[in-house]
Design a protein around this ligand. Sequence first.
Ligand code: PXL
Length: 274
Amino acid sequence: MKRVLAINDISCFGKCSLTVAIPIISAFGTEVCPLPTSLLSAHTGISGYYKFDLTEQMSKIYAHFKELNLNFDCVYSGYIPSLSGISVVSDILKDNKGKVLVVDPVMGDNGEAYQTHTFDICDKICSLLNGATIITPNITEAAIILHKPYPTNITSTSFFNSWLKELANLSEISIITGILIGDNLYNVCYDRRSDEFFEYQTPKINAMVSGTGDIFTSCFTACFLNGKSIYNSLEISSLFVYQSILKTGILNKNILDGIAFEPILKGGTFIEKV
Ligand code: PXL
């Protein structure tokens, strides 16, 4: 069985980060060892959230993993809200050189950094990307990483080809998620190893819901680790997000309830089909 070290926060309500990564990766028959960066009552899009940083605990937990000689096939890192936490994650990534390193540079969305993500934190998160296997920024995060203005009025995914290639100076496989063009949502990808571009589109749905990036990257990571091609991994992950958003519209009257990915995961039928 493959084993993933999933470094991300626990948001107790709101469905993102570890509460998404653990079930999705597990549904692919892959073990997940969570390493929580922080504990929140709810994700930061929900006002009044309580947050507790777990950097100190992260170091102690990883030290015990080392004592146990645990081996990870993959390290997947996501939301890290403190400079000291990012330093710990940087050391863990270095300690796992040669393994599949997936870095989702969670920093912001819709052209803005998250409340918790100061300039210094964003700068340090960018330093985690160098030497990764896969990186999965959204457009906002890609613009921060590449020091480019947030683009508006995009008419073709080819606009992002140069961005993907620049991102691939840092990582073997670069992906930009959540590109809205006309009535479609695209995820685009460049594989430096084969010098190939890939993209997958799904119809746009008018619902802004948190956690879609975490679903995408968790699903892509599990697909990739289990030997699926880049295109197939992109297809499965994009469809997973699309179907979850569709279900969200049907099931949740209150958008605060978060994305309805569980019915898609239920019984593993989605994953078996694809
Ligand atoms: O889905 C990204 C994410 C992860 N973790 C926390 C967040 C967010 C986005 O808002 O607030 C705590």
